[in-house]
Design a protein around this ligand. Structure first.
Ligand code: APR
Length: 261
């Protein structure tokens, strides 16, 4: 942990890429874990544009269920530590695949939400996005107050493109960071899963935190097997021990053979 604290404190830019595993300790199911959503639900019926076209009621009932469940949960130590690093580690950026909003509820402000936000809805006709935190939803399926059109959850479904601006920013950060943490993701859904390798190819140190092996594990410089909350707490303690006031160290050019642009 001391070594990792050193790397993170000396880095000019640190990126964390998170997945559903970070919210698991808050009691939010993952997608592919033992109690994951895709073990008991069919993504083709709930998380594609075609499914929404076919049966918006069914899709919204599921999102209503998820919103209700998430609203009853609290951010966990992993969320809070990453929110703290935003203030503590200059040059820290958080890229998440999670739509649950728990990073933001923990205080993270600088979040790139690659897969959207379950607390937002989008009007397909007017292409406007609106925030809606109503739980439970009074009307299913919800309709646009302005034009009456069907609203959809502002999340990225399978087969859909990611928001280009967010993806572009995420790729830029991955290409220019000194260290990239990959936390609680099975690293199989692209393009998010490509970010760690983008960073690695540019000389960044890649740190994986996951109780299980993933397709990325072999390429990671550090593989920390365990729960995000516990491992991030240990790293955070090492950071605090290393620099109680986190006096910003002069960045030493020790982290990977980075080519300075
Ligand atoms: N701490 C860290 N990692 C954990 C924990 C934990 N407490 N619990 C589980 N994990 C790990 C699992 O081992 C698994 O590798 O988190 C990962 C969760 O993987 P998925 O369920 O596949 O979730 P994710 O990688 O975020 O899925 C990516 O797929 O379904 C789509 O759009 C959805 O954003 C999602 C994307």
């Amino acid at each position: 942990m001391k070594e990792l604290a050193e790397i993170l404190l000396k880095a000019e830019s640190v990126v964390a890429v998170t997945g559903a595993g970070v919210s698991a300790e808050s009691g939010v199911p993952t997608f592919r874990g033992p109690d994951g959503y895709w073990r008991s639900h069919r993504a083709e019926e709930l998380a594609t544009a075609e499914a929404f076209q076919r049966n918006p009621q069914l899709v919204w009932e599921w999102y209503n269920e998820r919103r209700l469940a998430i609203a009853a949960k609290e951010p966990n130590p992993a969320h809070r530590i990453l929110a703290g690093w935003e203030k503590r580690l200059p040059g820290f950026h958080l890229i998440t695949q999670n739509v649950d909003g728990l990073h933001q509820r923990a205080g993270s402000r600088n979040v790139i939400a690659l897969h959207g936000d379950i607390w937002e809805m989008r009007c397909g006709t007017e292409n406007v996005t609106m925030r809606n935190e109503e739980t439970p939803l009074r009307v299913i399926p919800p309709r646009c107050q302005r034009c009456g059109a069907l609203l959809r959850p502002n999340v990225v479904w399978f087969g859909e493109a990611l928001p280009q601006a967010a993806l572009h920013r995420a790729e830029k950060l991955a290409e220019t960071c000194d260290a990239l943490l990959v936390i609680g993701t099975s690293a199989i859904v692209y393009p998010a899963a490509a970010l760690p390798m983008l960073a690695k190819r540019r000389g960044a140190v890649v740190i994986e935190i996951n109780p299980d092996e993933t397709p990325l594990s072999a390429q990671a410089d550090y593989r920390l097997r365990g729960k995000a909350g516990e491992i991030l707490s240990a790293i955070d303690r090492a950071i605090h021990a290393r620099s109680p006031r986190c006096a910003r160290q002069e960045p030493a050019k020790v982290v990977g053979q980075r080519r300075k642009t």
